[in-house]
Design a binder for this molecule. Sequence first.
Ligand SMILES: NC(=O)C1=CN([C@@H]2O[C@H](COP(=O)(O)OP(=O)(O)OC[C@H]3O[C@@H](n4cnc5c(N)ncnc54)[C@H](O)[C@@H]3O)[C@@H](O)[C@H]2O)C=CC1
Ligand SMILES: O=C(O)CCC(=O)C(=O)O
Length: 444
Amino acid sequence: MLRASARACSRRLHDALTINAPLILSSTQARHASGHSENTNTFIKEALRELEYPEKLQRLLLTPQREVLVELVITKDNGEIETFNAYRVQHDDSRGPFKGGLRYHPHVDLDDVRSLASLMTWKTAVMDIPFGGAKGGITVDPKALSERELEKLTRKLVQSIKDVIGPLMDIPAPDMNTDGRIMAWAFDEYSKHQGFSPGVVTGKPVHLHGSLGREAATGRGTVFATRELLKHTGNGTIAGKTIVVQGFGNVGAWAAEIFAEQGGKVIAVSDAEGAVHNESGLDIPALRRHLASGSKLSSFSEGTAIDKASILSLECDVLVPAAIGGVITEDNADSLQCRFVIEAANGPTTPGGDQKLRSRGIEVLPDIYTNGGGVTVSFFEWVQNLQNFRWEEEDVNRKLDRTMTEAFAAVWATSKEKRIPLRTAAFVKALERVTRAHIHRGFD
Ligand SMILES: NC(=O)C1=CN([C@@H]2O[C@H](COP(=O)(O)OP(=O)(O)OC[C@H]3O[C@@H](n4cnc5c(N)ncnc54)[C@H](O)[C@@H]3O)[C@@H](O)[C@H]2O)C=CC1
Ligand SMILES: O=C(O)CCC(=O)C(=O)O
């Protein structure tokens, strides 16, 4: 097996493609060395030490299969040309087509996308859905673009990567600052080139081959995940628990709403601009209506505006980071006053932060499991697209519940059996499944 692994490693040596790269350089090219992939690899290596896999196999599992870098050019509404860096990293497709979201954010860089692509491989494996892992992104502040510019940029991205995505190859989806509207443009642009292909992206609007339940799925899955953790640790149910949510976008707002529906007391939430607190529990539907009307979180009259940086250190039962990566670190982990960290965001805890939380006995439910509800319902959407069929929302939610519950049971059992933290257990389970797929498929 070792010799086979070695051949596989050389086959999969870093394959960086540069396509469609114009010579015009842009002001958006500043790169932030995020260090995210090093953090992700630290967690994976901890699990690999448990498994004692040979080094060549470890390299195969850590190395992305393909990294695509493109330069996108658009004419802005004012007639000026602007260019943007964009990425698609395809980490592993041994278990099925590459799968993962598209992020539009000014801090997106190759290292960030590489880390997120790797997390997708382990996430689809933990959830046991038949996909691999990928992620894409554009280095852009979407708030600085008009709707028309955003559409052009999305269409340019699809034109640039259309040869490496597809319903049976690589299936993008929403992530930070991307939504059903952007997925609809991506589906339309891809279909212009390759013929009608609803299965090329998931997270599409429901009226355009999207799935009922996908929009809320990551938040809903986060609540199912929390329910399982509370149950298995002997801490009862969500009802009555105090909950703090960092990030009030797709994932955070749906999670907060469903926590509240189940009797949880969501005492504070934040977004990129501010935070709001109410010890008696915020009225989440009212807060969502307040934001939808264009008002700011901090001006919500049924709560008190607080400094958004202080949200992580509020006293609560359950802290849910649901925004960006790297927010719980060695430097601030001592200030947390929660019993459980439920990682709805990707990569919210650095390895240093994780060690501190462990030593303080704060239980962390890892991202590759907690936020797996999104890609799970993306899988359901893809299945519906391939069948040209529509499932009822209750059916989607029931299947999501079952998938989250079964995945939890597998991670929990591994954690107990090997006496390792839940994060390491989730990676161990995922690594075993991906490795088994590689071995069964062969390397030549
Ligand atoms: N959308 C999805 O289905 C999935 C998303 N995720 C992860 O969940 C996280 C959130 O994603 P979405 O909700 O889709 O994004 P989104 O763009 O809908 O919302 C992001 C939210 O985070 C806030 N935010 C940004 N920077 C912040 C900061 N420094 N402090 C506090 N809040 C901040 C934004 O204001 C916004 O409220 C990301 O880490 C994403 O990768 C994971 C799995 C699936
Ligand atoms: O729905 C999907 O395919 C992937 C969502 C995503 O990007 C993630 O889980 O981080």
